[in-house]
Write a new protein. Structure first.
Length: 201
């Protein structure tokens, strides 16, 4: 078995992205992600440090008797550095967990990013348009409601690749306002690889 992790800075999208993957986000203390029963002699425990804040579990959920750690879960941990770490393993595909979160957690990462764009649009009162490509990558454009292309509006383009990588580009924006908008979106999404400034910046 191997353990994989994904680090984000904003936990808000977690609850919103679960249902679309056939998962539930469970913060009850009865549901814990615990790798320790499966450690081999001398193996270092890969459990992330920090307080465990919840788990993703398939829905409907079927408890597995005889396991201290319920394998069909992905744990969410809050280390001291202010970030959040998702952790899961490849134990028999987690009885359906692996197929839902995707190879390397790709489906989960994409869902978190998309949920983040929904939260941004709602919070800032922006119009949101989503286009999904045949390869599974997504492009989200955000603009102020009612603006048209003829008005040369400020448009935020968020590209999410099929592995969950996120890139932000702002068109038609300049200076500190553009920077503040980009920073706010990055914080809401929680995990951004890069943002690109256009020449007019």
């Amino acid at each position: 078995m191997s353990v994989q992790t994904h680090r984000i800075t904003n936990p808000e999208p977690l609850v919103h992205c679960a249902a679309g993957l056939g998962l539930a986000f469970d913060s009850s203390p009865e549901r814990r992600w615990d790798y320790s029963p499966h450690l081999r002699p001398g193996e270092v425990d890969p459990t992330p440090p920090g307080r465990q804040t919840g788990v993703f579990r398939p829905e409907p959920y079927v408890p597995l008797c005889g396991f201290n750690r319920l394998p069909a879960t992905a744990g969410v941990f809050a280390p001291e550095d202010g970030t959040y770490v998702l952790a899961w393993d490849d134990f028999k595909d987690g009885w359906g967990l692996g197929s839902r979160i995707g190879p390397g957690g790709s489906h989960l990462k994409v869902a978190i990013a998309l949920a983040g764009t929904e939260l941004v649009a709602e919070r800032l009162g922006l119009e949101r348009k989503l286009v999904v490509a045949g390869d599974g990558s997504c492009r989200v454009t955000l603009r102020r409601k009612g603006e048209t292309d003829m008005q040369q509006p400020q448009v935020v383009v968020i590209d999410i690749d099929r592995t969950g990588g996120v890139k932000i580009e702002v068109e038609g924006g300049q200076g500190a306002g553009c920077e503040a908008l980009t920073r706010g979106i990055e914080e809401a999404l929680g995990s951004v690889e890069s943002h690109e400034r256009k020449p007019e910046y």
